[in-house]
Design a protein around this ligand. Structure first.
Ligand code: GLP
Length: 245
């Protein structure tokens, strides 16, 4: 696992976007796994600038997002489809038909999403954020390491954490459809971004803790190609000293 310490979110985005640029330019038909939340926003902003400067093209790129709330349609500003269109897809030369987000059609047979990923050749690089409780995607503590895409219940702490994006807590969906831990581990390369003190405990479990389903992120220790980008605050509970970038 490679630990990259950055000064701020802008630097995190620049580092992550440079990694994604490498993947895209090595193979213009790459498959990217994308994430929502505040952590990847500066990455997307940097990718947009790179696209405008003709340094990268998304024309033949396929993307798969990690998760989506159940019960919110794509026109809802809090849906992850809306977020992705707004934060990235509408500003780059990607074909929207090549951007996949698990949606209501997948509810009856969610594993179809994994089949589709496999059909497209598998994910070359999976971008991840991190939940305060260590979730990746919406895989909450206790999720099986063998899980594929499925319908999941959100924990109270996740609903609480995500209330900031909604008018009030009662508006936050209690269920989502999420790629599973196995779906994530199938990616060839993983890039996780976490910032802030409220992620420090999860970062400790991800990097130095015991591998346990109580901290879903700890499964990443079993993956051969993981890069973790963190700021000082998120790194504050790590016992070992990791050099800054
Ligand atoms: C949500 C998403 C996760 C994301 C997490 C962290 O729960 N489902 O994929 O990693 O939020 O969000 P943030 O980056 O805003 O801290």
């Amino acid at each position: 696992m490679k630990i990259i310490k950055v000064k701020n979110n802008l630097e995190a985005g620049q580092y992550a976007a440079a990694m994604i640029k490498k993947v895209i330019n090595a193979n213009p038909k790459s498959v990217l796994g994308l994430a929502t939340g505040s952590s990847p926003v500066t990455t997307y902003q940097t990718l947009i600038l790179m696209n405008q400067a003709n340094e990268i093209s998304f024309k033949t790129i396929t993307t798969f997002n990690l998760d989506e709330y159940l019960g919110l349609d794509s026109a809802n500003e809090q849906s992850y489809r809306y977020f992705m269109n707004n934060q990235l897809f509408n500003h780059v030369d990607i074909d929207l038909n090549n951007t996949f987000i698990p949606d209501n059609e997948d509810v009856l047979n969610p594993h179809k999403y994994d089949d589709l990923i496999a059909k497209k050749g598998g994910i070359d690089l999976q971008l991840l954020g991190l939940g305060i409780n260590g979730h990746i995607g919406f895989n909450e503590p206790g999720t099986s390491f063998e899980s594929l895409t499925s319908i999941v219940d959100l924990t109270e702490s996740t609903i609480e954490a995500n209330t900031r994006f909604f008018a009030d807590k009662s508006q936050v969906p209690t269920k989502a459809i999420s790629m599973g831990l196995k779906s994530i581990m199938n990616a060839k390369q993983i890039l996780l971004i976490a910032k802030g003190e409220n992620k420090a405990e999860a970062i400790f479990h991800l990097v130095e803790g015991k591998i346990t389903s109580k901290w879903p992120c700890s499964i990443l220790q079993n993956h051969a190609n993981v890069t973790v980008i963190i700021d000082e605050a998120a790194a504050s509970k790590l016992q070992e000293n990791y050099d800054s970038k």
